[in-house]
Design a protein around this ligand. Structure first.
Ligand SMILES: [Zn+2]
Length: 459
């Protein structure tokens, strides 16, 4: 499996190099900060440490443990987080960057400035990394990925694959490679490999009979070529029959859950042979079919710290019953969402690897960068039936593993110092992951108040 090619900027690079070379005297000059007194949730499913200590040196965590059992160097800065809960920053394995800007949704928004702004929005909500799944435009995602910036780490699958004009939805459609020949598909995979794309995305969906589904010989060629270049392949697909054939073809992950029917024993047997295959549920993307009434959190004034009044209004409308909607379409969507929830529970129970993915920024995900990732966790608890701890592990360690991000997802010595300080305990109520006090990425506090001021100023 390939690791992300993202390099932490500045001090982190220096610290890592010094660590590697064993040059401890110079390394010890990096700024050390000790966070003391919080409940620490490591992200690996272990019991929380009550009254814990986290030592951050430069951009890295250098120690985690019980207060009094962790040595902090003299002269270290101290941050009192008594009464708070600290958890790893989240990872979102399925987003669409660039197209949305406020309530507008167009390729014209796909600019460097907007990509950076979105990464800041994810960071504001405590998201450490995101994977752009198949809707990158040209070289820009790779260039922004290589830049030092203050936001979430940016991973991208570049352009994904479908039949011509049959890949992603809405204004993102033209971003994908349209393929009809195996040789051509292989050539495009080689382009992605040359860019060091973080994964490959394919669409295998006829969108209710409106477009042509990517043909099996083509996705086999794509998967084979990708694996030759140590690239994994994830698929947008919804039907069990396609999911089975994709598994047989060597697919590495599912961008959405199977939702046309319940997964069966044959599917579980196929998965048993492929335990590293991951599933993203994108429950946030299906929120309209999952929530039967407007959830109370839509009225939370804190939403206005991240979104304009117009966006919050749009979210409230999306989550309220629509009297003009076609009742049959509503019923169809609800049936698929219910199947998604059942399949998620069934696959989790079977030991499949579940990750956090929201489709935020896409057709159904909307402009609610970061918020969607937190609500996804809540839905895993309230609708799928997982415990808060199980949901947290999915959103942190598991989602980092899915992307090969070995330095993210858990709080432990050697990991990147990417964590969220919460005012309330998410193990009591998973919605408490949204009661964010502070966010740190790469050891630096995200200037949340300044970002809020900037975004509200945009009206
Ligand atoms: Zn998507």
């Amino acid at each position: 499996m390939r690791l992300a090619k993202w390099a932490p900027p500045g001090l982190a690079v220096v610290a890592a190099l010094l660590l590697a070379s064993g040059a401890s005297p110079a390394y010890s000059q990096a700024r050390v900060t000790v966070f003391e007194g919080a409940r620490v949730i490591a992200g690996d499913g272990s019991a929380p440490i009550e009254n814990g200590t986290i030592v951050v040196t430069g951009s890295r965590i250098t120690a985690v443990g019980r207060r009094g059992e962790v040595a902090a160097p003299a002269g270290a800065a101290r941050v009192d987080v008594t009464g708070k809960t600290v958890m790893p920053a989240l990872i979102d394995d399925h987003v669409h960057m660039g197209y949305r800007r406020g309530t507008s949704f167009t390729p014209d928004n796909y600019t460097r400035e907007n990509l950076i702004d979105m990464l800041d929005r994810y960071a504001w909500y405590g998201i450490a990394a995101v994977l752009e799944t198949g809707t990158g435009r040209g070289d820009l995602p790779y260039r922004v990925r290589a830049e030092a910036h203050t936001g979430a780490r940016y991973l991208t699958t570049g352009s994904g694959f479908g039949m011509p004009n049959a890949g992603p939805g809405g204004p993102m459609r033209d971003s994908a490679y349209g393929v009809t020949e195996e040789a051509q598909a292989r050539k495009y995979v080689q382009e992605l490999a040359a860019h060091k794309a973080d994964m490959v995305k394919i669409w295998v969906d006829d969108r209710n009979g409106t477009v042509e589904k990517l043909k099996p010989n083509l996705y086999r060629a794509i998967i084979d070529e990708a694996h030759t270049h140590n690239l994994r392949v994830m698929a947008h697909t919804t039907e069990l029959a396609d999911a089975k054939d994709l598994l047989r073809a060597g697919l590495d992950g599912f961008a959405h859950m199977v939702r046309d029917r319940d997964v069966d024993d044959e599917f579980l047997a196929l998965l048993k042979a492929r335990p590293s295959v991951f599933f993203l549920e994108t429950l946030w993307g299906e929120r309209r079919a999952i929530f039967t009434a407007k959830p109370a959190w839509v009225e939370d004034p804190a939403l206005r710290e991240a979104f304009t009044a117009e966006s919050v209004q749009q979210l409230a409308e999306q989550l309220s019953p629509d009297p003009k909607a076609d009742p049959q379409a509503v019923q169809r969507a609800r049936t698929m969402a219910a199947t998604n929830l059942r399949n998620t529970a069934k696959l989790y129970a079977a030991g499949a690897r579940i990750g956090l993915g929201t489709d935020t920024g896409g057709v159904t995900g909307g402009q609610f960068f970061g918020l969607g990732s937190h609500v996804e966790l809540e839905l895993l608890v309230t609708k799928v039936g997982l415990t808060p701890m199980q949901a947290l592990v999915i959103g942190t360690r598991n989602s980092a593993q899915n992307l090969g991000l070995t330095d993210l997802g858990t709080l432990a010595a050697g990991k990147s110092a990417d964590f969220i300080v919460l005012d309330a305990n998410p193990l009591d109520d998973i919605a408490n992951t949204r009661r964010i006090n502070r966010v740190y990425l790469r050891g630096e506090e995200i200037p949340r108040a300044a970002l809020s001021a900037k975004w509200n100023a945009k009206g």
